[in-house]
Ligand binder design. Sequence first.
Ligand code: AHG
Ligand code: MN
Ligand code: MN
Ligand code: MN
Length: 323
Amino acid sequence: MQTLAQNLSSQGIEAPLSQLIHTLADTSKAISHAVRHGALAGVLGATEQENVQGETQKKLDVITNDMLKDALKADSTVRGLASEEEDYIVEVGQSGDFLVCFDPLDGSSNIDINSLVGTIFSVLPAPSGELSEKSFLQAGRNQVAAGYVLYGPSTMLALTTGKGVQLFTLNPDTNEYLLTCEAMSISKDTSEFAINMSNQRFWEAPMQTYISDLLLGKIGPREKSFNMRWIAAMVGDVHRVLSRGGLFTYPTDNKNPEKPYKLRLMYEANPMSFLVEQAGGKASTGYEAIMDIAPTDIHQRVAVILGSANEVDACLEYHSVDY
Ligand code: AHG
Ligand code: MN
Ligand code: MN
Ligand code: MN
């Protein structure tokens, strides 16, 4: 089995990007170690702080954010970073080639129940000149790499540099990532969907109708039965979609009119869309491809519909009709 280093070199990834991917991968090993020790390391539970997203931070949100921030600050290829857990962008060095956006701990409501969590990252080219938040506001199409790490029964790293999606599994005996799938591919069709059904009454008409039709099964217009899964960690749900197909959505809702979307464009939606498209799937807001959005705010949120191409298209048809 190829190591991560061997795989990056066989893909022809140049030294600066390879260095950055190793920094991210090495930090994820340390995060995996901290997550595994759980209550023994005193890392469970919440802090008393709130982050810029208006969420109470879990201890692990803060610990993992600090671990990634420290590692990226020490990497000469990094010009700046932005995180779900940081109020503002952080300038790192004057000459680095890359900007890194990350969600240090995805699925933080799962921490205290010892369930799936992950880390998501997105790498953008650093523009020349002064660094500001504007430097980060690039469409997802500009990403040079993206990936996630899933801290599950095994720790896995899914990575794209625009040449398909490679999956690595962390060997706990040697603490090394080994290539276990060289090209992840999402089936075009599926009969599985993922949505937080408890928000049903808050969705807009297209999503209401689409999901109702799925639930009707064989007697409905889709004429087949659908199964549902919800891990409450985007990393876990997207990993399932990459592994066996499916449609994942966190749609627009009017539960809190000031916050109609949940997932963050720069830390969650863009990197996952890059992976999904590279695996042959689709990723949309319902009205446009996620990676075509011109961002206006580093913490911007968006509606997300992604997964098996034909099923995403089926869902988009409901969005093209007037209600
Ligand atoms: P985070 O833990 O980074 O704040 O992200 C949580 C996100 C995402 O991972 C997941 O799909 C969604 O929130 C779960 O939302 P619900 O709690 O509404 O199910
Ligand atoms: Mn959060
Ligand atoms: Mn998240
Ligand atoms: Mn998070």
